[in-house]
Every structure is written in C-alpha cells, then in structure tokens.
Design a protein around this ligand. Structure first.
Ligand SMILES: [Zn+2]
Length: 591
C-alpha cells in the first residue's frame, strides 16, 4: 500500500458517502438508506442504495458496490490511489508526497507492474505510428477513413519492422526480461533468441473497463500471417472476461450494446456515433463475456458479419446471452459484409434503421422461408413446419434448440409441445436422433452445487453487520476459517477483529483491497438479500439453520482434505462435530 492504512481511513471517514454520491446521482431517502437510479447500469426504477450508516453503496440490480473510494474508482475510472487523492483533496487533507522509489517499484505487485509495462508499450506503439517508419500503418488507417480523434481515443499504434525494438525499449526502462515475457510481449526461440511478439502491425491496445491496457491486438501490414494476432492470456488479460471497447461503451448511456466481430468494426461504429459498440476478442462469446455485459445492459444487438460464419456466430451467441438474462437481436448488414463497410456506404442513419429493424437471426431466416409457402392453406403451413423442424434439428445443443422451438411456436401460433414432437419425429426419421442427455446450461457445465453454501456464508456476513446481537451469537460457533472462499475468510477475519475492538466498520474493510473487482465482491458480502421473515421465531430458526449449514460444510470440507496420519487434526474435527449437535439443540434468542 502506498499510504498508511490510518491515513486512507481518515480520508474515507471525512468524505461522507451520501454527500459524495449525491454529487453524481439524485438520491432519495427511503428508510435507513438512500435510493437512486444506478449510474452503472440502465434502469427505470431505483435499485441503487447508499447507506449513511454503513458508508457503503450497493446496487441490487447489477451488483455494483463498495465504499466512497470504490464509487470514484467505478464512476470516474480512477485507480484506488487516484480516488484516495481526489477525496483527500475534497476533505482538505494533505497527503504526503509519495516517492516512487526503485524498491517501491519492485514491491508493487505483479499486476500493477504488468499494467505499467502494457501502458508503456502502448505509448511506444503510438509514437511509432506517428513516426516516419509508421507511415505504412498510418496510411492504412487513413485509407480506412479513421479520424485523428479515433486513433487517439483508441490509442492505436504501430509495431515496427525491427524484431526486438520494443523489447530493447522496455529493457532500457528497467523492466526485466521475465516481466516483459509475463506481459506477453516477447517470444523466444533457438534461432532468433528473444524477439517482439508484435512487429509490422497496426496495434490495437485492449483496455479494461478502467481504461487500463491489459493486452494488444495487432493487424499485420502486408500479407504476413496471421492477419490478426492477439496477446496471450496473462495475469492481467483474461480473454473470456474482456470486451474491446467496453471502457467507452459502458458510459454511452444507451440501454443496449452493439456486439461486433472485430476491432475495426468497433472503431468505425464509435466514429459514426454508435459509442455503445463492443467486440469479443478473437474468441467466440463466452458466459464470462455475457455476465460482464449484463452489468451494464439487458439487451444486445449482434452486429456480426453477414457471411455464413457471422450468422453462425450470432446464432451461437443468442442462447449464451439469453442464459445471462440478456435478450439478443441480430442486425442484418446485407448487402454489405460488416458494419464498417455498411456505414461507409450507407451512413449512420441507415444503420440506425437497421437497428430498429433488428431481428432474431433464425426467426429472420424462417420469415424468408415462409414466403415460399402459402401460409393460409393447411397444406402449405404443414410443409413449412416440416422444413422448420428440419432446420431446428440443426441446433445440436438441446437448450438452444428448445429456445428456438419456444420462439417459433410463439411466433407462428402453434403449440410448443406439438412442434417439439415434430422436431423429435423428424430427427428420428432422418436418423439423427441423439440419446437423451441431462439438461445442461448453455456453457456446457452444470451449475456448481457450491453456490448455495456460498450464499449461506454471505448471509451470515451480511447479518453480522446488520445486527450486533446476531454477531455475538454467530461468533460463538463460526470462525473465519469456516468461510471457504479466500476473500470471505479475509473479510470475516477483519470483521472479527473490529468486533473485538468494539466497533464494526465494514466500509473500512474495503480499504484492504485496491482492485475495483475486489471491492465489488467484498461489498456484495455485506448486501446479501436476507429473506424477510415476519416473526422473531422464524428469524431465529433461519439463523440457526444457516449457522449449522456453514459449520457442517466447513467440517466436511476439512475432513476431506485431512492427511490420513493427522490424528490431532481428526480429533479436533470430531470435537467440532459435537458443536454441530450443540447448534441443533441451541435456543437462539435475538431479543
Ligand atoms: Zn446497478
């Protein structure tokens, strides 16, 4: 940490969260909390709550949450330290000048250093683009009609033809070969030694939602292969959880995103005023992507290429989005290949029209099909449904297929059941019947059973800070070790320390984390929905059951990981098992 803990806490305490957030969001007092429209996702009725008592905010819609420092990190895209500085300023607190010494640099964690290396590399590429040798790339971008403004906003650059230019540059900046390798910027082989991963390419820095460069995409100049090259996954770059352009799209204030295939599509859409365009990064859409999207919007317009591959990708994306609760529509780009080409030829207004006419891709294809049949005659209709059933078999994933059966049945007013039977019958007659499989989620994995126990653990943590009486009961039976996730353990440990010192202060606990993601997760631990229970007896019963569940899960867990020779450990667990009986017979009173 750059500043002493007490100093950060002083800054936090001197900035009342309701006062600070009121400067951004119109809040209304309701009970012990203030409510407003969430600034982090689009909504019509307020689910964004700010509590003066807890000094925390939380959105029950999208899960955004944290203390006053987190809010500035999320809203203004500040880093933790930047947010602390701004708040110190606001409260008139003088922060000591921090010297960024060599030691401090070495100590800073790997993530920070890798982000720093990426940033330095991005700046380097940017300068190259404007230099004499970058002319080839600059001309390429100009030929694609990109404005100076877009080049700057997206931080586009050029990696030149010398094969270890960037490597030398970063070495001169004092970064070790090992770190540069971990940033994914170099390769090594026997013949060439160490060389830059990217050379002779237009460079697209990939930024996270906080505008930090986490990786790169590069498009080769000339005919080299591959045409597009991406950074490998690194400590800071998880491809299935990053979307190109999201850093800008999330502040577009539009209720939907345009999801496209490539970097250039995103940039040309932004240039045309569609600042809500994003792209998945050279991979097909994952559930990680869709839950990231869900934080900001409920609706996605797929703006994939109009070729077969694009259509297929769109059809694949629909159920994944649907699983996250996002409704998806497909924008047709024909007769053009992609949004970039479309806008260059027909302009933004025409594209806007395509958005309003967007349709589900499969339903669109059926609509076209239906024109070949006389849908008013029973015979024509029947033939149409036979053909439709044949096409529906094309969806191999059962969930996906059922989603489409449901939609088609609704659209063409037939019973879902009979359409389903027709599909099965057609599959059998075409010899394509598959053995029945257990229903799975679209991502192909079953929902982990663990979820329920994690919720129980979260409920305990939330309950503990809500009612001090409950805390005193819980701490008799539950220790921080009973929480199975590292973050839960840490948070519980800090809470117990605060409790022992006489004052619970959950907002302070967030100061222990410097990443927005961690703040969000920690804040959610204090805002788990506890079922409204009317009578005290019901509450007591629920509390008892939750304690029992968490404790017995913890014992089972440790039992499973016990070394066979660990007699003492076993004895301890047996003793703890006895506590379970105590809990069962416990009479809890939260009077
Ligand atoms: Zn929200």
């Amino acid at each position: 940490m750059y500043y002493p803990e007490e100093l950060i806490e002083e800054v936090r305490v001197k900035n009342d969260i309701v006062d600070v957030i009121s400067g951004y969001v119109r809040l209304q007092k309701k009970g012990s909390s203030h409510f407003g429209l969430c600034p982090f996702h689009n909504e019509k009725s307020p689910s964004f709550s700010v509590s003066r008592g807890k000094q925390m905010y939380y959105c029950f819609g999208c899960g955004a949450g944290g203390n006053v420092i987190t809010f500035l990190m999320e809203y203004e895209n500040y880093s933790f330290i930047e947010a602390v500085k701004v708040l110190a300023d606001r409260a008139g607190i003088n922060l000591p000048e921090m010297e960024y010494s060599k030691e401090a640099k070495e100590k800073a964690d790997l993530r920070t250093t890798l982000l720093e290396i990426n940033k330095t590399a991005a700046q380097y590429f940017y300068v190259q683009l404007k230099s004499e040798q970058g002319k080839i790339a600059y001309t390429y971008l100009k030929n694609r009609e990109l404005t100076e403004d877009m080049i700057k906003v997206f931080g586009l650059g050029y990696s030149n033809k010398y094969s270890n230019d960037l490597f030398q540059y970063l070495r001169n900046k004092g970064y070790s070969e090992e770190l540069i390798r971990q940033a994914g910027l170099i390769n090594t082989d026997e013949k060439n030694g160490v060389y830059d991963k990217f050379w002779n390419r237009v460079m697209f820095p990939i930024m996270d939602v906080n505008n930090r460069v986490v990786g790169f995409g590069g498009r080769v100049m000339g005919d080299g292969k591959p045409k597009y090259l991406n950074s490998p996954e690194t400590v800071v770059f998880d491809k299935s959880r990053n979307l190109y352009g999201l850093n800008r799209a999330r502040t577009s204030r539009k209720p939907y995103f345009l999801l496209c295939e490539g970097y250039m599509d995103v940039i040309s859409l932004h240039q045309a005023g569609f600042t809500n365009a994003i792209a998945s990064l050279g991979t097909s859409l994952t559930t990680g992507h869709s839950s990231l999207i869900k934080r900001y919007v409920q609706e996605v317009y797929l703006t994939y290429d109009s070729d077969e591959a694009g259509t297929k990708a769109a059809l694949r994306a629909v159920p994944i989005l649907k699983e996250s609760g996002i409704s998806a529509k497909v924008i047709r780009m024909d007769p053009y290949k992609d949004p970039d080409e479309f806008i260059k030829n027909l302009g933004a207004d025409e594209f806007e029209k395509r958005i309003s006419n967007a349709r589900n891709g499969f339903l669109f294809s059926l609509e076209v099909l239906s024109r070949d049949y006389d849908m008013n005659s029973p015979e024509g209709k029947t033939t149409f449904f036979h053909e439709t059933a044949r096409r529906l078999i094309g969806f191999e994933d059962e969930l996906e297929r059922n989603n489409y059966i449901e939609a088609v049945a609704k659209e063409y007013k037939v019973s879902e059941d009979s359409l389903k039977k027709l599909v099965t019958k057609t599959a059998v007659s075409e010899g394509m019947a598959k053995p029945a499989v257990r229903p799975k989620t679209a991502s192909g994995r079953e929902k982990p059973k663990e979820d329920a126990i994690l919720v129980s653990q979260k409920i305990l943590l939330t309950w503990m800070i809500e009612e001090i009486k409950v805390f005193s009961i819980i701490q008799k039976y539950i220790t921080p070790e009973d929480f199975t996730v590292k973050m839960y353990k840490t948070v519980a440990k800090l809470l117990y320390e605060q409790y022992a010192a006489g004052k619970l202060n959950p907002a302070k606990i967030l100061n222990h984390f410097t990443e927005e993601e961690e703040h969000r997760e920690a804040a959610s631990l204090f805002h788990t929905k506890i079922k409204e229970l009317s009578t005290r007896e019901e509450q007591e019963q629920a509390l008892k059951e939750t304690i029992f569940r968490v404790k017995s899960n913890s014992i089972d867990n440790r039992m499973m990981h016990l070394e066979p020779a660990d007699i003492i450990g076993l004895q301890r667990l047996m003793d703890e098992k006895r506590i379970l009986d105590d809990i069962k017979n416990l009479h809890i009173s939260i009077e």
